[in-house]
Design a protein around this ligand. Structure first.
Ligand code: HEC
Length: 183
């Protein structure tokens, strides 16, 4: 019985080693043959805000919503590289803080309201990102700081309620943003 176990041991270890090597080879070859685009283009019109607000956005949002992405080492390895690159590309397309002032005021206002919804509901940063990046989850204090900043920004943009569509109006009410309407 003991002899049999000893006989089994070596082939088992060998097969584990072989499958690990094969997996690594597949990862390396896939990463080389299908590399993900990991670029940080120049920031043309970056957002300016207080250090507090910038600090929060930088830590929790900038990896996917700016041209200042911190690309971790594993983002060079397939298939993680494809996932990360896809998130960054879609994230930047939806909202790019490095292009903030190149958005028309109308667009900025809409994006501000979306940010309010994402932060208010806690849907951003995405769950998986929060798991990997401990400390990216916004605390209550950080959330209210962001909401206060949003409110100020909405006030700077002309935010008379008759100019908001009904979805935006209900969002303003739900998030308790209440910009000083029309003043
Ligand atoms: C891991 C990447 C990642 C991080 C970090 C991240 N986002 Fe996103 N975000 C995305 C992606 C991808 C989309 C587009 C697809 C979607 O809506 O889920 C998106 C969409 C959005 C949208 C527009 C669509 C919507 O749902 O309203 C807003 C606003 C937004 N994110 C805000 C934020 C804010 C604010 C933070 C930081 C607190 C943040 N995101 C952090 C990846 C990210």
């Amino acid at each position: 019985m003991e002899a049999l176990e000893a006989d089994n041991f070596l082939p088992k270890v060998l097969s584990i080693v072989i499958s690990l090597l094969t997996t690594s080879c597949v990862i390396v070859v896939a990463s080389i043959v299908f590399p993900a685009r990991r670029s940080n283009p120049e920031a043309h019109a970056p957002l300016r805000a207080s250090d507090d607000v910038m600090g929060i956005l930088r830590r929790a949002c900038f990896d996917c919503h700016s041209n200042e992405t911190r690309w971790p080492w594993y983002s060079a390895l397939a298939p993680v590289s494809w996932l990360v690159a896809h998130d960054v590309a879609t994230g930047r397309r939806e909202l790019n803080f490095s292009e903030w002032y190149s958005y028309l005021p109308e667009v900025r206002r809409r994006k501000l309201l979306w940010i309010g919804r994402a932060v208010g509901d806690g849907t951003m940063p995405p769950r998986l990102y929060q798991l990997v990046h401990r400390g990216s989850r916004l605390t209550k204090a950080q959330r209210s700081l962001i909401l206060r900043w949003l409110k100020d920004e909405l006030n700077k943009l002309d935010c008379r309620s008759e100019r908001l569509d009904s979805a935006s109006r209900s969002l303003v009410a739900r998030l308790d943003l209440h910009p000083e309407v029309g003043r």
